[in-house]
Design a protein around this ligand. Structure first.
Ligand code: NAD
Ligand code: ZN
Ligand code: ZN
Length: 366
């Protein structure tokens, strides 16, 4: 099959033929139809991620059709439409059994090392194994993944929309709906209006927030935020906290969300949360070694800070529900798909992202 291989950090991906072997017990072969290009792919490709490795097949925002299942697979059958999950849901581990987290422990260790759960790879080139990326490796015509890392979705959902639920869109929606659990009637502030921040705006709206203030540096993105339900928008800057506090009767917001990855903005998100009960949810991924500065007084006064991985979404249960809400017209996904590319154009997806041209580039296979 054709796949985009990260050969060397900081160099363009090389699209080439690689070998993919059949799914083993508990695994599924998926033919990819669409895949978004996300920051995490670029982060690893650039070499900035200290845990990155090469060669590997990147990609983790995939959607496709099941072609074949391995022994013992019972929840998924050939022909099913699926979204790939870098954050699986085994439904059995101590975290899966708790409603408080989505961080499934089942296959973490092997996945982080680039292997499938049995400690081997299905990807190879000239007989030499190539490691998987995030347990997904979806910059390829096909992938083999564990059954517990696939969410079965409504076949009515268009693939180029469904794939965004594999990472960016679910992360934003879930941060508001599952991590923060925004209450109806509340005031929310979202810092950053990329895929993740815009998803958070939509999530706040679905939760019934009364005011949704969005802060970004780009007027174009603020316009998209209004389309997703922002009631007020402002250009970010050093005085953002002051302006937010002023706009909220001197108190700050009930819920704030940070979706920029900038630690200075994370601090602003903490400081613009309301005293007494304001909750700041950090979603952005900071650079290696960076730390978040918080003056303890902000915490003593009752503000709380939490982080959110994949929006707290329990993938197999909740991704299908989110896709259903999009099909029902509750989430407007089309404005997020800015460019459609072929697999051969994958590096262009990175260039568009670096130029902040559009929200998402989606690869269409075949
Ligand atoms: N926690 C998770 O599971 C998870 C999953 C996916 C992505 N992420 C992270 O979420 C973050 C956002 O992802 P994205 O795809 O939306 O990125 P993006 O780059 O498309 O969007 C970031 C936005 O932040 C804005 N911004 C930058 N500086 C700002 C400032 N000082 N004030 C206000 N806005 C500012 C930019 O203009 C941009 O619109 C990234 O750090 C990404 O790595 C986290
Ligand atoms: Zn991602
Ligand atoms: Zn689990």
């Amino acid at each position: 099959m054709r796949a985009a291989v990260l050969e060397e950090f900081g160099k363009p991906l090389v699209v080439q033929d690689v070998e993919l072997s059949d799914p083993r017990a508990g695994e599924v072969l998926v033919r990819l139809v669409a895949c978004g290009v996300c920051h995490t792919d670029l982060y690893t490709a650039s070499g900035a991620d200290p845990s990155g490795y090469a060669p590997t097949v990147l990609g983790h925002e995939g959607a496709g059709v099941v072609e074949q299942v391995g022994e013992g697979v019972s929840s998924i059958a050939p022909g099913d439409h699926v979204v790939t999950l870098f954050s699986p849901q085994c439904r059995e581990c101590v975290h899966c059994r708790s409603p408080r987290t989505n961080l499934c422990l089942a296959i973490r260790e092997q996945q982080n090392k680039g292997f499938l759960p049995d400690g081997t790879t299905r990807l190879a080139r000239d007989g030499e194994p190539i490691r998987h990326f995030m347990g997904t490796s979806t910059f390829a015509e096909y992938t083999v993944m564990p059954e517990i890392a696939l969410a079965k979705i409504d076949p009515e959902a268009p693939f180029e929309h469904a794939c965004l639920f594999a990472c960016g869109l679910s992360t934003g929606l879930g941060a508001a709906m599952y991590t923060a659990q925004v209450e109806a009637g509340s005031t929310c502030v979202v810092f950053g209006a990329g895929m993740v921040g815009l998803g958070a705006v939509a999530g706040c709206r679905l939760q019934g927030a009364e005011r949704i203030v969005v802060v970004d540096l780009s007027e174009e993105r603020l316009a998209l935020a209004r389309g997703q339900g922002a009631t007020e928008t402002m250009i970010g800057g050093a005085d953002a906290v002051e302006r937010i506090v002023e706009a909220t009767d001197g108190f700050g917001a009930d819920y704030t969300f940070e979706a920029t990855g900038n630690v200075a903005v994370m601090r602003q998100a903490v400081e613009s949360a309301r005293m007494g009960w304001g909750l700041c949810t950090v979603v952005g991924v900071a650079g290696k070694g960076e730390t978040l500065d918080i003056v303890p007084r902000f915490l003593i006064q009752g503000r709380r800070v939490c982080g959110s991985s994949f929006g707290g979404v329990k993938g197999r249960d909740q991704v299908p529900e989110l896709v259903e809400r999009a099909l029902a017209g509750d989430i407007d996904v089309a404005p997020f798909v800015s460019h459609t590319l072929s697999l051969d154009e994958v590096n262009q997806g990175f260039e568009l992202m670096e130029a902040q041209d559009g929200i998402r580039s989606v690869i269409r296979f075949g």
